[in-house]
Each structure stands twice: as C-alpha cells, then as structure tokens.
Design a protein around this ligand. Structure first.
Ligand code: AMP
Length: 195
C-alpha cells in the first residue's frame, strides 16, 4: 500500500510576486490542488454567489476580505478530503495571523511541509500589477494592498520561520528560473515528493 502524497505548501509573497502563476505550475508538477482564495472569490463573484459579491467590495478597494469570510471558504474546501489529501498549494492564504491560527486548526494533524516566501522588490511588483491591469489593480488599491501586506502578512514570514518551515525564494527571473528555484526549495523539505 502506498502512502505517498504530494507536498502541503503555502506561498507567501506580495501581490504581483508571481504566486498565482507559480502556484498553478507547482500544482500540476506535483499533482496537487492549487487553492487560491483570491481566485475562489473572483469565481464566486462572477457566479453571483453572495459571499463572492460581498468579498468583491473589499477586493476592489484593495482591502483584505474579513477573516471570517475567508476562513469559512477555506474551511469548506478542506472538508473535502479527496481534494486536499494528495497535498495542496495554498496561494494567498493565510494573509493574517488569525488566518494562520485557523489554518493550524483546519489542518490539525497534517501540518504544512513548507511555506515559501516568494521575494520580489516592491517597485517590480507595482510595475507587474500595473501591467496585468486586473479589475482590482487601480493605483489606490495597489498602494493599499502593499500597505496591508507589510502590516498584516509580512509578520507571517517570521511566524513560519520560527517553526522552521520557511524557505525564501528569489522571485526575480524568468518563469522557468523561478519555477526551478521553487522545485529545489520544495525538494529540500519534501524529498520524497513526486516528480
Ligand atoms: P489575489 O488573487 O491573491 O491577488 O487576491 C485578490 C484579493 O482577494 C486581495 O486583494 C484581497 O482583497 C482578497 N483576498 C484573497 N485572499 C485573501 C485572504 N487570505 N485574506 C483576505 N483577503 C483575501
């Protein structure tokens, strides 16, 4: 009987650092789920679901969606063992200490293998966000999201470093280069991972 599974990982990093693109690639490479809370909200807003529309009001202003709402959505996804048992890459969650504590509770006996801080300088992520031109990428919301990253999300880097699960990966370079660096980081913490 095989107990082999893929890694359970979290991608931290500013918006525009490439978490979405790289998260998707890693999910395919390891055969695991890519769970992006931002994407979940965008999808449910498009579908006209109340929670999604509620979230959109915050997203459009560059504010964080309230913890209760985010945690409820993540909790629901983790209720489905078939989806998350093989492993997962969480992209954009947790973004606050409260969310990190809740994630511990949700995962219980199945702790995170690796938390990756995808590191890209602020001026570069600003250029990238301006260039991608997503609906919520106004100058004001870009500024606000960077501010919230510093006050709410950046402390999680230390939080996970203290737990010895943190790896910092340079997010500059081509998509392939960053992907290779990410695979190397995951490989060092999760050596039995699938190829
Ligand atoms: P992203 O797709 O990760 O760029 O997220 C887009 C937007 O969704 C963010 O600017 C937030 O408004 C919201 N969002 C996504 N994930 C979270 C989270 N974990 N906590 C709070 N807000 C979130």
């Amino acid at each position: 009987m095989s107990t082999r599974r893929g890694p359970r990982m979290v991608l931290l990093g500013k918006q525009g650092s490439g978490k979405g693109t790289q998260g998707e690639r890693l999910a395919v490479q390891f055969g695991i789920q890519h769970l992006s809370t931002g994407q979940m909200f965008r999808d449910s807003a498009t579908a006209g679901v109340t929670a999604g529309l509620e979230a959109k009001a915050f997203m459009d202003r560059g504010e964080l969606v309230p913890d209760d709402l985010v945690i409820a959505v993540v909790h629901e996804r983790f209720q489905n063992p078939i989806e998350v048992q093989p492993g997962f890459v969480l992209d954009g969650f947790p973004r606050t200490k409260q969310q990190a504590f809740e994630l511990d509770r949700i995962l219980e006996a199945h702790p995170i293998d690796i938390v990756i801080d995808l590191d890209v300088p602020t001026d570069i992520v600003v250029d990238r966000m301006r260039a991608r031109g997503r609906e919520d990428d106004t100058e004001e919301s870009i500024r606000r999201r960077l501010e919230l990253y510093d006050t709410e999300t950046k402390p999680l880097v230390d939080f996970y470093r203290e737990r010895s699960v943190l790896a910092t990966v340079d997010g500059l370079g081509t998509e392939d280069e960053v992907n290779a660096a990410l695979l190397k980081a995951v490989g060092s913490r999760f050596p039995n991972g699938s190829e």
